[in-house]
Design a protein around this ligand. Structure first.
Ligand SMILES: Nc1ncnc2c1ncn2[C@@H]1O[C@H](COP(=O)(O)OP(=O)(O)O)[C@@H](O)[C@H]1O
Ligand SMILES: Cc1cn([C@H]2C[C@H](O)[C@@H](COP(=O)(O)OP(=O)(O)O)O2)c(=O)[nH]c1=O
Length: 200
């Protein structure tokens, strides 16, 4: 079973992912951007304010393709529970927003375009836990250290997440990330307990 954690920067995904890790010791815990040279390339691009938006989309997507073949597919083939801190929805929401704001391309609906790029090879999560937080609080918590962590940009990312939830409501579980860390963790644990009755 594939479970993903999604939300704006600073929504508390990593905090939750680390806490849940202790409760599911048998599960495979992973993340995007990954811990690989593809992931390193992605982080270089994140630090580059002038990175080309399409080049960036395909860098992230290359990292995802490697993540699938190296980590996700083998774990799912072994019938493991996989919990990923960010996954394809991050691309749909973030690169959808970056391309929406960019010029020099002829992509009518960037979010749909990024979804289409993934369709032939990616694996859809069984469950996506969305940590819902307003962009101002998210940017404050994240510390606004990179180009993606500015409130205005996060507002359009959040709109894209809402579009994704609307088109696939059964896959998403929304958790109110304005709550205390303990309350957020409790909600996430409840969602997981219902979805994963027999954790492996
Ligand atoms: N529920 C919460 N309430 C307040 N602060 C939080 C909460 N969850 C996490 N934080 C803090 O916000 C910052 C970003 O959290 P983090 O888990 O790294 O988020 P993300 O991985 O989504 O970017 C960290 O300083 C963390 O301690
Ligand atoms: C995985 C992924 C991340 N990102 C962005 C979100 C973050 O600003 C940045 C790094 O991700 P991450 O390290 O998960 O940041 P955080 O813990 O603050 O949420 O990359 C994308 O734009 N597209 C993607 O596909």
């Amino acid at each position: 079973m594939l479970v993903t954690l999604e939300g704006l920067d600073g929504s508390g995904k990593t905090t939750v992912w680390e806490a849940v890790r202790e409760r599911y010791p048998e599960a495979t815990f992973t993340r995007e951007p990954t811990n690989s040279w593809y992931g390193d390339a992605v982080y270089r691009s994140i630090e580059d304010d002038d990175a080309d938006p399409l080049a960036e989309l395909f860098l992230y997507t290359a990292d995802h393709a490697d993540h699938l073949s190296r980590v996700i597919e083998p774990a799912l083939d072994g019938d493991e529970l996989v919990i990923s801190d960010r996954y394809s929805d991050s691309r749909f929401a973030y690169q959808g927003a970056t391309l929406e704001a960019a010029t020099g391309h002829d992509i009518a609906d960037p979010l749909e375009y990024v979804v289409d790029v993934h369709r032939p090879f990616s694996i859809e999560p069984d469950l996506t836990i969305y940590l819902d937080l307003d962009p101002e609080t998210a940017a404050t918590r994240a510390g606004t250290t990179n180009k993606f962590e500015r409130a205005e940009y996060l507002e359009s990312v959040r709109e894209n997440y809402e579009r994704l939830i609307e088109r696939d409501p059964d896959r998403f579980a929304r958790v109110d990330a304005t709550q205390s860390p303990d309350a957020v963790l409790e909600d996430v644990t409840d969602v997981l307990a219902e979805a994963v009755p027999d954790p492996r």
